[in-house]
Design a protein around this ligand. Sequence first.
Ligand code: F6P
Length: 316
Amino acid sequence: MQNIAILCSGGDVSGMNPALKHFVEYTLQHRLIPYFIYDGYEGLIDNKIERASYCDVSGIINRGGTKIGSARSKRFMQKKYRDIAKQNLDALNIKMLVVLGGDGSFKGLDIFYKESGIKFCAIPATIDNDINGTDYSLGVDTALNIIKISIDAIRDTASSFKRAFVIETMGRDCGYLALVSHLTSGSELCLIPEKEYNLESYEASFKEQIKNGRRYFIAIVSEGIKEDSTEIAQWFEKKLGIESRVSILGHIQRGGNPTIYDRLMAYKFITYAIDGLLKNIDESVICYTKKGFVYKSIQEVVSSPKKMDPNLLSLL
Ligand code: F6P
């Protein structure tokens, strides 16, 4: 019997809990012994590692967040703490690790493998969908659905009052959430870091629309754009003479009941991750691409920033 552990790192996503559930079930089916590492790499350093069983994962498939906690760890970037992490894993004879997180969470892993020989498979999990090499990261679909519900609700009040609403989505430097939400919610304006924009270019057309009876505007802006959302709202007030409000969706986008798509992707990511480790694919990221699931090296994934799909971008 071999021991295998899982941890969540960085921003949590809806889909981590379904992944934990399948991790326990699939490892036990394969006569592996599953362990949970609580609170990401911080917990790995602080030895918060416990054996997991079916009981730990019952009733969590419908819950957002992660039952085992997550963290952003600066300490794991330092060798002295990685050495402690290795000792903690050695003490429990854990030789395989599954890590759910964003590319920031993957960076220390490669070094850790070289120093410790602990095999790993990383699973892309971030609402930002900004990981190079994978078309999909766990949690994106749930986040998009939460944003959809929020925009639909804001539309009701925007239309009642004749107002412009500037809705800010998360995504760090990546405008994926904003762009997809714009295309699927019928908003009037979308501003993302990947595309240069000039607000003046919208002015004449928006004024014309108001003249023709438009009662409200919805603008979806990504948190990574050069201006503050309040500045965009001020533009609506000053240039178009329409009362404006800002709605920063914030962390609401990271929670909520995981969608069917994220539950299924969690299932698949975990299956491929464990299969890969059992086939001695020792240090990989399991990526979802047009060719299906592909094991890629950390270097390939973290060496360059993800570029937005040009076909999607061309729709803006
Ligand atoms: O990476 C996920 C993310 O939610 C980003 O979209 C956002 O910029 C950031 O994390 C927020 O981080 P925190 O939860 O630490 O405030």
